[in-house]
Ligand binder design. Structure first.
Ligand code: SF4
Ligand code: SF4
Length: 405
């Protein structure tokens, strides 16, 4: 396998501060995945008030602002902000994390509706099961894609809080080791965290980044030479990204639902990265106004990074826990697809050692795919990215994989 270095053709500065955007005019809370509203149009809702529950298990969704419910349908709830940030209780109390039992941790994370941030994985209450035996906890701060470094940014900003929760997890769940994966070019971050290794089960692992090492399956394969089918939990391993760990900390420390999240805006459109604390449910358009983003035909706006991102329009896009990065790029145009020239580049770069072109051939000829191990595909899209014929190979594989489920 040829390792694709994470390269950033243009230097984008990294500021040391977080911009606040916590007063959107309205929010939209999606009801996808079978959530049912428990409020109605015209109701007044408080910030942090429960507004919907999941049909099968009553997992809750909360309002992230106070105001009037202006619209509800089966897809979602719209709430107009009254800009008063009214909550039912004003008591701000800190809880001692050491007092929690395993049962209380998963109960609290469930009741506060804490979700996994930015990745389609199980939610924290599902990963941290009281009856499970765990060996390793991995905190992944590697770049998911070029320019996307929100994880190491948060690792730097939230060190004290993260250490507190990690020490509690080690005691409560009896982890044998906690591995914090840091890119080896982040010297300052490594030095800061090195002091925390003493007398602890916490170990820092410096890794040279290449694409798609940040992906959980690839990372575990590289780090531990362990292969799993569906979940790392099969092998006693839990992986959290830094954003999700920060959300868990806040929920357990203050017993309050998450109303804000940190989002990174990057890409060659801007001179510097922006890390913005945004109310969950805010419209992307409002946040982009704050960044003085100028829309034009030449600019491609993506939810995610250049490799895995999905094109979005600011008017219809909502900031949700599904994503933590947006990027904007100049002069990127869609190119025409040509026939395969059998160059083999897609095979050379596949991080999971698959043969994308052969899989695609088999799919097009409707052959049996059993021998190709397509369940190992992590959908990194690298095969399509390097293809000189611009063939969307990953798309064929993803569709075939979904059909096999
Ligand atoms: S999308 Fe799948 S097949 Fe393509 S390079 Fe990534 S892992 Fe390999
Ligand atoms: S990279 Fe594209 S052109 Fe080259 S073998 Fe793979 S599918 Fe064919």
């Amino acid at each position: 396998m040829m390792k694709m270095k994470i390269e950033e053709p243009k230097k984008v500065e990294n500021p040391n501060n977080i911009i606040l955007f916590d007063q959107p005019h309205k929010i939209y809370i999606s009801l996808k995945d079978n959530f049912l509203p428990i409020i109605k149009k015209g109701d007044y809702v408080y910030q942090e008030e429960k507004i919907a529950i999941r049909k099968k298990d009553h997992f809750p969704l909360f309002s992230t602002i106070s105001g009037i419910v202006t619209h509800i349908d089966t897809n979602g709830i719209t709430i107009k902000n009254d800009f008063k940030n009214r909550v039912r209780t004003y008591e701000i109390k800190e809880y001692d994390l050491k007092e929690y039992t395993k049962e209380e941790i998963s109960k609290q994370l469930f009741e506060l509706g804490i979700r996994n941030i930015g990745e389609k994985e199980k939610d924290p209450y599902q990963k941290l099961k009281p009856d499970q035996i765990y060996k390793t906890l991995i905190i992944n701060a590697l770049k998911q894609e070029p320019y996307i470094d929100l994880e190491s940014f948060q690792l730097k900003m939230e060190r004290k809080q993260l250490l507190e929760i990690l020490e509690v997890f080690i005691e409560t769940y009896n982890f044998m080791e906690v591995l914090i994966i840091i890119p080896n070019n982040q010297k300052l971050l490594l030095e800061e965290w090195k002091q925390c290794e003493k007398d602890s089960k916490i170990k820092l692992i410096e890794m040279e980044e290449y694409y798609a090492l940040g992906h959980t399956k690839k990372l575990i394969e590289e780090l531990k030479k362990i292969y799993y089918k569906k979940e790392p939990m099969e092998k006693g391993i839990i992986v959290f990204n830094v954003s999700t760990l920060c959300a868990i900390y806040q929920a357990l420390k203050y017993k309050r639902p998450q109303t804000k999240m940190l989002v990174q805006f990057t890409g060659d459109m801007w001179k510097k990265n922006s890390y913005i604390e945004v109310r969950i449910g805010a419209y992307l358009k409002e946040v982009l106004n704050k960044l003085e983003f100028k829309r034009s035909k030449e600019v491609l706006l993506l939810q995610g990074g250049l490799l895995q991102g999905v094109p979005k329009t600011p008017e219809n896009t909502i900031i949700s826990v599904d994503t933590k990065t947006f990027s904007a790029w100049k002069n990127i145009t869609e190119k025409e697809t040509h026939t395969c020239i059998r160059c083999g580049k897609c095979i050379e770069v596949c991080p999971m050692n698959l043969s994308p072109v052969l899989i695609m051939d088999a799919i097009l000829k409707q052959k049996n795919l059993k021998r190709f191990s397509i369940e190992q595909c992590i959908n990194c899209k690298l095969c399509s990215f390097v293809c000189p014929s611009m063939i969307p190979i990953d798309h064929y594989i993803k569709t075939a994989k979904e059909e096999q489920k």
